[in-house]
Design a protein around this ligand. Structure first.
Ligand code: NI
Ligand code: MN
Length: 223
C-alpha cells in the first residue's frame, strides 16, 4: 500500500492512507508559509508533538470540523477536553496506541511544551504507522543519541527532522540526527517560516540518507 504525504509548511503534514488521513501539527492560521487554511484539512485523526502554538495550531477547529481523534500528550488531551474535544487518545513517552490505520507511538524530544502559559506535558516525537509505512516526526528537539535506538526499533521509512536552529537543532545537528535514525527518506522541517529560523536546507546533508526538501503543499507518495 502507498501513502501520500503533503507538507503543510513549518512542521505540519497531512498523511493520507487508503482509508484514513492523519494531520500532524496542523499549524495553518498565522503560518506565513501555509498554502491552505484549516477549512481545507479533511482528516480522521490529528497527532501532536507538543503544545506550542506553531504545532498545536488549528487543532481545535480541525478536530471539531472533522470529528477527528486527537493523539497527544495527556495534558494536551485534558486541555482539549475543556475545549469540547472528546475524541482524544492521551499518551506519554514510550506509549503506543493502536489505531484503525496502524498505530501512534510517542518518543522523547528535548524541548518544552506550553500554550499561553499553561504547561501541556512533555514534548514528544511521534511515530505514525499507516498502511504499512512508518513515519518518525521528531517534533521540536535537540539531538540525542537514543535517536539511534528509535531508528532501530521502529525502522522509519520517513523522518521529519527540524533544522531551523535557535529553538531546535540546526542543520549540522540535524544531519547527525538523520545519520542516527537512518530513515529511507529525511525531510527537513521547522525552517524558513520566519527570519529567526532561516536556513539553507542544502546544509542538511546526512550520508546514506535520501533528503527530500519539500515546499509547502508539495506531496510525496511512498510505499
Ligand atoms: Ni516548540
Ligand atoms: Mn516549534
Amino acid at each position: 500500500m502507498s501513502i501520500e504525504l503533503t507538507y503543510l509548511g513549518h512542521s505540519g503534514f497531512l498523511v493520507s492512507g487508503s482509508s484514513h488521513a492523519v494531520a500532524i501539527d496542523p499549524f495553518l492560521t498565522g503560518n506565513p508559509v501555509a498554502g491552505r487554511g484549516p477549512d481545507a484539512v479533511a482528516c480522521q485523526a490529528i497527532a501532536l508533538t507538543h503544545g506550542h502554538a506553531d504545532h498545536f495550531g488549528d487543532t481545535v477547529a480541525i478536530a471539531k470540523a472533522n470529528d477527528a481523534t486527537v493523539y497527544g500528550a495527556f495534558e494536551i488531551c485534558e486541555y482539549l477536553g475543556e475545549q469540547g474535544i472528546e475524541k482524544t487518545e492521551p499518551m506519554n513517552h514510550g506509549g503506543r496506541v493502536d489505531a484503525p490505520f496502524g498505530f501512534v507511538a510517542m518518543t522523547q524530544a528535548i524541548h518544552s511544551s506550553s500554550l499561553e502559559g499553561r504547561y501541556l506535558g512533555m514534548p514528544a516525537g511521534i511515530i505514525l504507522a499507516i498502511d504499512g509505512v512508518t513515519i518518525y516526526h521528531c517534533g521540536d528537539t535537540d539531538l540525542f543519541s537514543d535517536m539511534k535506538l528509535i531508528g532501530e526499533i521502529y525502522r522509519p521509512d520517513i523522518a521529519m527532522i527540524p533544522i531551523g536552529d535557535r529553538f531546535t537543532m540546526g542543520p549540522a545537528l540535524a544531519t547527525r540526527a538523520a545519520e542516527l535514525i537512518r530513515p529511507k527518506i529525511a525531510i527537513p522541517v521547522h525552517y524558513n517560516t520566519w527570519p529567526p529560523i532561516e536556513q539553507d536546507p542544502a546544509q542538511f546533508a546526512p550520508s546514506g540518507v535520501e533528503v527530500k526538501v519539500m515546499a509547502p503543499e508539495q506531496t510525496l507518495t511512498h510505499g
